[in-house]
Design a protein around this ligand. Structure first.
Ligand code: ADP
Ligand code: MG
Length: 697
């Protein structure tokens, strides 16, 4: 869609400069193309009339044809309302108004026929519709009509009298005007193979469906197209990378062999061995590696990362490992330094709090090549950090970094991009991984180290506090340590901090004889570090914390995780938090504390946590509950603002679209065939989809 569809909506009849400004500000609709792609989010079913006898409360909106038998004013003051008794051949119901009573009462003529439309509710044995739309029955409406589009709008637009009907009128006008200019954007073969309707048909029917079937076909076609183009672009990027991005070849495995032979702290799981093989194959392939390493919390990604570093270091290259928080970077440094020292490999930690002289030393050692491995936070990305030959960049807990930051890490080697390994503990459902990381290769560690006991998860109400405290006391007597986590959510940070402090006080009161640590994001790094260390050494028995401990912290003796106000956490966050325990040999527990009052979604989240420890299972449920936008912080990144497809529900269609994209690229990798010209234009145009491609690596 170029040229014509780039016309400003200002020029449509009934829009004009003022409305155009409102629409662009509120809904980001600037051009004809934007408007056409503003799809309804539901439809009012005006295709048929329901008999009053057929009504039930499950029905969303219904249209009923009947006679007003009488009208009356009922109640006084607040409860004053207008009730019209409305009847058809099958029965009688009530139409009720609480507002605009006089005006409506004037209009309604007892004895006349009307069409009423609204959501039915039941009181006793009588059905009623509150504030229905009513129109006198006429030749125009007596046969029933179409599915009417209902558009997403903002409150502001409504107050300015731009409602769904207004938008539908404007849309109708645009479609009539432009109908014959709508070009097909998919090749014939793909349309036929997948039984898709034409683009024109789809756009007309998504806004003004002529039937339920036509609507379903339109939705199917547009979803397919959206997913198809996402996949095609990702796969094309991957193809280009595979052709153009040379990678350093790391073949020497001498350090690796020595590490396996002399220093391996535990036998690797089969899953760990499998992914190391996959990564090693990449590193010696001559192509730049871009690989996502997925593994549930505690699956042992760190040592896999280290082993890959050994391969790079053997070949004389340097490695960087970037973590999202200072605590996590320190923790990585601590565990990897142990291994690195055994192997006589130099390693350093660089974070925001590294002192200047130390920093300078690190910079020099990196430039001379004396330093093999650098661990750190985003401080690694600073301009002054230059390597002699960066060969492998590992990014841990990927979703916390912007992709732009990640790509900065690539630029640290100007002659050949370093190999990139992205490690994530957030199990990503397959459909989402295909979309977010469709251009990356994926390795999965799908097995936990042997001997781990599954964590027992329980849901307890605040009223069970005494029993829970007794349980905690018993666990501490057994020598275990405990985390107690409080929510800290930005909007109410002050209040949350107060909750945390109150929590700290009540815990110290309940356990006056135990040393207790506290940890939250507002503390200075040194103070955090000090508390973390005390807890890690076992000097304190309990750690009261906010979600700063969510990521990566590893204290094997901590075997109980209590999560306060658990209903306020998302599923994947609960799972991440739970992953902090269950790392030692002892039975571990996760206790989810909540109030009695819970929403249906909260209940599902808590039940899911109690039911399963499986991260993928949890991620699937999370995707269904929240939709992909909220998952793993992708919301801020805007990467997943799909127009019409829903990754939670359209998984099968996504797979189908991806297969078609693969087949197409196999047949015509450069898209030079004439029958693919539409695709080529689409892929190269700026406006094919709302996805911001610059944000995806
Ligand atoms: P994550 O995948 O969450 O980053 P870590 O790498 O922190 O997990 O590993 C979790 C714990 O499991 C660490 O204490 C680590 O030393 C240990 N571990 C890793 N791999 C194994 C293994 N194969 N056998 C036993 N313990 C392991
Ligand atoms: Mg980790």
């Amino acid at each position: 869609m170029t040229g014509y569809f780039e016309t400003s909506i200002e020029f449509l009849k009934g829009v004009g400069p003022q409305r155009a400004a409102m629409l662009s500000k509120e809904l980001k609709i600037f051009t004809y193309a934007d408007l056409i792609q503003h799809y309804p989010f539901r439809y009012e079913d005006r295709t048929r009339f329901y008999a009053i006898r057929e009504l039930n409360e499950e029905m969303p909106f219904v249209q009923v044809k009947g006679k007003i038998k009488s009208k009356e004013l009922v109640g006084t003051g607040f409860k004053k309302r207008l009730v019209a008794h409305f009847a058809d051949d099958s029965g009688e119901m009530e139409l009720v108004w609480f507002q605009g009573i006089n005006w409506i009462a004037d209009k309604l003529k007892p004895g006349a026929d009307y069409v009423a439309f609204g959501k039915p509710a039941r009181f006793g044995s009588t059905f009623s519709i509150a504030h229905p739309e009513v129109e006198p029955l006429t030749e125009n409406n007596e046969k029933g009509g179409f599915l009417h589009p209902v558009y997403p709008l903002s409150e502001k637009l409504r107050t300015r009298k731009i409602d769904s009907k207004t938008l539908a009128r404007i849309m109708h006008q645009l479609l009539t005007l432009s109908e014959n200019r709508i070009r097909e954007t998919l090749p014939k073969s793909i349309l036929t193979n997948n039984s898709l309707v034409s683009k024109k048909d789809a756009l007309l029917n998504i806004h003004f469906p002529t039937s339920h079937e036509a609507l379903a076909s339109a939705q199917h076609r547009l979803k397919f197209e959206e997913l198809f183009y996402i996949q095609l672009r990702l796969l094309k990027m991957k193809l280009i990378r595979q052709e153009k991005m040379r990678g350093q070849i790391f073949q020497d495995a001498s350090l690796l062999t020595r590490f396996y032979h002399d220093h391996l702290p535990f036998p690797l799981t089969n899953a760990q061995k499998k992914v190391i093989k996959e990564i090693y194959a990449d590193l010696k392939s001559g192509l730049q590696m871009n690989r996502l390493l997925q593994g549930d919390v505690g699956s042992g990604k760190t040592i896999v990362g280290f082993i890959c570093m050994l391969i790079a270091v053997s070949a004389g290259a340097q490695c960087a490992l970037m973590a999202p928080t200072e605590i996590l970077a320190q923790q990585h440094y601590k565990s990897l330094k142990r291994y690195a020292d055994m192997m006589d490999i130099s390693i350093a930690l660089l974070t925001g709090s590294t002192k200047k002289p130390e920093r300078k030393k690190i910079h020099e050692a990196l430039q001379s090549g004396a330093m093999n491995i650098l661990i750190g936070t985003h401080a690694l990305l600073e301009e002054e950090v230059q390597f002699k030959n960066l060969g492998l960049s590992i990014v841990d807990e990927q979703h916390r970094f912007g992709v732009a930051q990640r790509s900065k890490l690539w630029q640290k080697n100007a002659s050949v991009y370093p190999h990139v390994l992205v490690m994530t503990a957030t199990p990503i459902p397959r459909t989402l991984a295909m979309t977010l990381y469709g251009d990356l290769d994926v390795s999965v560690i799908d097995e936990l180290p042997a001997g781990r006991k599954p964590i027992k998860t329980m849901h307890r109400f605040d009223s069970h506090r005494l029993q829970v405290n007794q349980f905690l006391r018993d666990q501490v007597q057994l020598g275990r340590q405990i985390y107690i986590v409080y929510p800290l959510i930005d909007e109410s940070e002050k209040l949350d901090l107060k909750h945390l402090m109150d929590g700290y006080e009540s815990v110290t009161r309940a356990f006056p004889d135990y040393p207790i640590s506290i940890l939250h994001g507002k503390m200075k790094p040194e103070a955090k570090d000090y508390e973390m260390k005390r807890f890690a050494k076992g000097e304190t028995k309990m750690m009261i914390a906010t979600t700063v401990i969510e990521v990566g912290v590893d204290v094997p003796n901590a075997s109980v995780m209590v999560i306060e106000n658990a209903e306020r956490f998302g599923l994947s966050q609960l799972h991440q938090l739970r992953g902090r325990v269950g790392r030692g040999a002892e039975q571990s527990y996760c206790i989810l504390m909540t109030d009695f009052k819970l929403s249906a979604d909260s209940k599902t989240r808590l039940e899911t946590m109690v039911r399963t420890n499986n991260g993928f299972d949890i991620a699937e449920t999370d995707l269904k509950l929240r939709g992909p936008g909220d998952l793993m912080g992708t919301q801020q990144s805007g990467v997943l603002d799909l127009l019409i497809a829903d990754l939670g529900k359209d998984g099968a269609l996504l797979v189908q679209a991806r297969e078609q994209a693969i087949a197409l690229l196999k047949d015509d990798p450069e898209l030079v065939k004439p029958e693919h010209s539409a695709i080529k234009i689409q892929i190269e145009s700026r406006r094919t989809s709302p996805l911001n491609w610059s944000r995806i690596s």
